[in-house]
Design a binder for this molecule. Structure first.
Ligand code: SAJ
Length: 427
């Protein structure tokens, strides 16, 4: 039984942006960790101590854990004391969550269980998914039960991650964390496991509230960014500088407006609020509208760029950044990538010079286009008629706006537009 089981071996299913760092910090904390991923090249790179994506500080921890034989990776699910499911939960048509990866992870775990194990869902999920995962497992294993305290008991919980890409290794350890079990015992076991690496407060609740809390955090940010994005469109219409406007308003002690941009990207904030909308469509009016406002921003940036481009016969447009946000190489659901693709589609003549310091080759949908080129920053700035800043990567921030005087600049992140900027923009 659990009291005798200190959860020494942990299996993490899904070695992506969340699963791999989680596996690494657990291994660093002394657990024996097996990471599981369907992708053989991911497995191979982890076993060689390498990380298949850019995340500050992660590779050192992975390499150390692999060298000390605390962390290894494979394509099949082994038996373990605890399982952490960190697989994607994308949305399907109509914005309902696609739980097929969670379900197949659950089935692979079911085969390994002997009683006493803890199964934690980390993937961001609609309310009820942890209970659903438990049902999938218990349907396969009628010899086991979710009632606590029996030799045949297994324990289920949700422990949503809330780390910020780019700061994962810091936030994984320092952030407070919500832990929601389907039983109190499951919550307590999860808390004990996470306490091995997490210095933040571990806040216990039930599984459904934990699921909703995670969605609420991202919906909160989405709604607030939508406010900033809507303001930027209004300010444009009224010929007001939005950066100055926000800076001035933020001097009020109870106002803290976020920053507008080319849209909201990534696999979290642009996705998770839809799970709330799908769960309560009639009631989630503000959350749903915020999603639409943020999703409409790339089109507004595209129209404005094309309008300016009309002034040239064959414009050279330097598009700075196609990642979904600053200083990462993640192009998933990136509004700037969409803008560049659509710009290339709609530009009858001219060239889009893409500058993205964090990648070595363009994604396939851009790579084959004759009017798109991956270009170094200096060269793109020199050649460009129009400079379209889409992501606030550090090298772009270092460009002196004075050097762009002869260009038409469209700065969607307010990086070079310092009017009224007495204080640095807040994150
Ligand atoms: N963005 C703006 N204006 C802002 C802030 C962000 O336009 O003022 C844009 C970014 O450019 C980006 C998008 O929003 O396209 C999302 O970026 P982000 O930095 O706000 O968030 P993510 O998606 O990298 O990470 C979020 C975080 N959630 C919250 O801050 C509530 C993180 O803590 C979560 O762990 C993560 O989602 C997740 O995995 O759910």
């Amino acid at each position: 039984m659990m009291a005798n089981n200190p959860l020494e071996t942990v299996c993490v299913i899904g070695l992506g942006y969340i699963g791999l760092p989680t596996a690494a910090v657990l291994a660093q904390a002394g657990k024996r960790v097996t990471g599981v991923d369907l992708n053989e090249s991911v497995v191979e790179s982890v076993n060689n101590g390498r990380v298949p994506f850019v995340e500050e500080g992660l590779e050192t921890v992975v390499a150390g854990a692999v060298a000390r034989e605390r962390l290894s990776a494979q394509t099949t699910t082994p038996s373990a004391d605890a399982y952490i499911v960190a697989v994607p939960t994308p949305f399907k048509d109509g914005h309902a969550a696609d739980l097929s990866f969670v379900e197949s992870a659950a089935r692979s775990i079911a085969r390994q269980l002997g009683g006493g194990e803890l199964i934690i869902l980390e993937s961001t999920s609609p309310p009820g998914t942890t209970e659903h995962m438990a049902e999938v497992i218990l349907a396969e294993r009628t010899d086991l039960s979710a009632a606590p305290g029996l030799p045949t008991s297994v324990y289920f919980s949700h422990a949503p991650e809330r780390v910020l890409p780019g700061r994962i290794m810091i936030e994984m350890v320092d952030n407070d964390r919500i832990v929601g079990g389907t039983t109190t015992e499951a919550s307590e076991l999860t808390r004990d496991l996470y306490a091995s690496f997490c210095r933040g407060e571990l806040l216990l609740t039930d599984a459904r509230t934990a699921e909703m809390a995670k969605l609420t955090e991202n919906a909160f940010r989405d709604v607030n960014i939508a406010f900033a994005n809507e303001l930027s469109l209004i300010a444009d219409q009224l010929d007001i500088n939005v950066w100055e406007l926000i800076d001035l308003a933020n001097h009020h002690p109870r106002v803290n407006i976020l920053q507008p941009g080319p849209g909201v990207g990534g696999h979290c904030i642009a996705v998770d609020p839809w799970f709330i909308v799908a769960a309560a469509p009639e009631t989630s009016r503000l959350i749903s509208t915020a999603r639409q406002v943020n999703d409409s921003k790339p089109e507004a940036v595209l129209r404005k760029t094309l309008e300016i481009a009309e002034r040239f016969k064959a414009p050279r447009i330097a598009a700075l950044g196609i990642a979904f946000k600053a200083n990462i190489d993640d192009l998933r659901q990136s509004p700037s990538r969409t803008i560049v693709g659509n710009l290339a589609d709609e530009l009858s003549e001219g060239t889009v010079l893409v500058v993205e310091p964090n990648i070595e080759e363009l994604p396939s949908e851009l790579a084959h286009r004759s009017n798109v080129q991956l270009t170094e920053l200096d060269e793109a700035l020199e050649q460009a008629d129009i400079v379209l800043l889409l992501v606030d990567h550090s090298p772009f921030k270092a460009v002196d706006p004075e050097s762009l005087r002869s260009k038409i600049v469209l700065d969607t992140k307010g990086v070079w537009d310092s009017r009224g900027r007495a204080t640095p923009p807040r994150d």
